[in-house]
Design a protein around this ligand. Structure first.
Ligand code: GDP
Length: 458
């Protein structure tokens, strides 16, 4: 990739910090930034004499040679830099005022402009410094919320996912050459049926990777746990208790939660989004009805429901109404307010319902058990799948699906004795789809979409 313009941006996060870094990449990076750099003897450095990857202590000055800050300046000459271009970095004190002032004078140099979001990484991909799976992993690492997400993203960054996809591509490519050979040299092909069987393991492998997307969705989006029950059973109290802070209003007055309240928490390193909802019951209050409608919508999108009842009273018609709404979903039964009674006082729990978990949201009783039950539930859901190795994103999943569908089509075409050209086209489609994962095959609009979610300076 040949670019004529040079880009610059603050690469460190907003706010006060020990240090801040301004990154500049492109043909003018070194020359342009040195215009405002003076070494410790206050002299201007000649760009042709500087040594790559060596930090130099000095000062950044403005156009009138007035000192802005004491800094470390370093350059990485192409191709041995993050972007594969000449890169200069100015390490300043971490004040936004200083960083902004330095960035502004750097941007006065002709041919240096402000970088767009993710543009440094985009250049790194286009210059072959990294493939797309690694670029996407960088963003995942920046936004990782749990150790597990970090660990899974790191396996992409270290290139394991790239290697797996490349190997898969190589194997499928071998099948393709066999097939093409059977077209070019039909008499020399001894085994005429390599494809029908040889694609099977790759289809299975793709299938496994696609499944691991759902398996790891909790590490990307969090696990959706919804607290449901009739009014006043202690739903808001439970939300507050699980969060160990007052997030929702708790009141003796029924119908106080009318909107959905959501909050993030992590149990055993699993990110969870917890929702408190309006109490489900028969009501003529139109605002409450709207709240109940929202709760019902959320039930359908939940991963797990905590169905709250009261430990000191038998189930009412409203409790059964709640059960009607949630029974198609995964749910745990929680008998709240256990502090009021020595043992649970409900004698009309249907036999098919699960054993209730006794808790007191007000007095923090049984909450550890409840958390354990939530984690067990999550583990059970994933029990039949092997431990995930990769944190595949939606884009990569779609490419995997496209590749798998194309291979299945190729296999069917072959076994149905369709013209061999059709088989070849399908295998090429699969290879292109896999190439899209690593960036070996890319489309500008796909890159635009990927890098628009990056921060400026990355
Ligand atoms: P919601 O309408 O289901 O959200 O219920 P709230 O959380 O607002 O609680 C309704 C009432 O029950 C409040 O007065 C709470 O203090 C009370 N409450 C909630 N949990 C407990 C509990 O574990 N024990 C007792 N004794 N009271 C509770």
């Amino acid at each position: 990739m040949i670019v004529s313009d040079t880009i610059a941006a603050i690469s460190t996060a907003m706010g006060q910090a020990g240090i801040g870094i301004i990154k500049i990449s492109g043909p003018m990076a070194i020359k342009g930034s040195l215009l405002f750099f003076r070494d410790k003897n206050k002299t201007f450095l000649n760009p042709t004499t500087i040594v790559t990857h060596k930090m130099i202590h000095g000062w950044i000055v403005d156009q009138d040679s007035v000192i802005i800050d004491e800094v470390l300046w370093v350059c990485m000459t192409r191709p041995c830099s993050y972007t594969g271009e000449d890169v200069a970095e100015i390490h300043t004190h971490g004040s936004q005022v200083v960083l902004q002032a330095i960035l502004e004078i750097i941007l006065t140099v002709p041919d240096i402009r402000l970088a767009e979001p993710g543009e440094f990484t985009r250049r790194a991909v286009l210059n072959g410094r990294m493939d797309l799976t690694r670029a996407e992993a960088i963003q995942d690492i920046i936004s990782a919320q749990t150790q597990k997400a970090l660990q899974l993203s790191s396996s992409h960054l270290s290139g394991q996912f790239h290697t797996l996809i490349t190997r898969l591509k190589d194997c499928i490519f071998k099948c393709l050459t066999q097939i093409e050979a059977s077209i070019d040299f039909p008499d020399e092909m001894i085994d005429e049926t390599p494809i029908a069987f040889s694609l099977v393991p790759y289809i299975a492998q793709l299938d496994q990777l696609i499944k691991s997307y759902d398996q790891t969705s909790i590490y990307r989006e969090g696990f959706r746990v919804v607290i449901i029950g009739r009014p006043n059973v202690g739903k808001s109290s439970l939300l507050n208790c699980l969060l160990t802070k007052d997030r929702a209003i708790v009141s003796q007055q029924p119908g106080t939660t009318r909107d959905i309240i959501d909050a993030q928490l992590s149990i055993e390193n699993i990110p969870i989004t917890l929702y408190d909802t309006a109490g489900i019951h028969q009501t003529s209050d139109t605002i409450e009805q709207q709240g109940i409608a929202l709760a019902k919508e959320l039930i359908a999108r939940s991963n797990l429901i905590l169905f709250i009842i009261e430990a000191d009273r038998c189930l009412s018609s409203d409790d059964f109404l709640v059960h009607q709404e949630i029974k198609a979903q995964k749910w745990l039964l929680c008998a709240n307010k256990i502090d009021r009674v020595k043992k649970i006082q409900i004698d009309n729990i249907p036999i098919q319902w699960p054993e209730p978990i006794c808790i007191s949201a007000r007095h923090d009783i049984g909450i550890k058990n409840l958390k354990k039950a939530i984690v067990n539930h999550i583990m059970q859901q994933n029990a039949d799948l092997p431990d995930p190795q990769f944190l595949i994103n939606l884009r990569q999943k779609k490419c995997l699906e496209k590749a798998k569908d194309a291979l299945m089509q190729a296999q069917t075409a072959y076994t149905d004795n369709m013209p061999i050209d059709c088989v070849v086209i399908d295998i090429h489609t699969a290879l292109d789809a896999l190439g899209e994962i690593t960036g070996a095959v890319y489309y500008e609009h796909v890159l635009d979409e990927i890098f628009s979610s990056f921060c400026i300076g990355k």
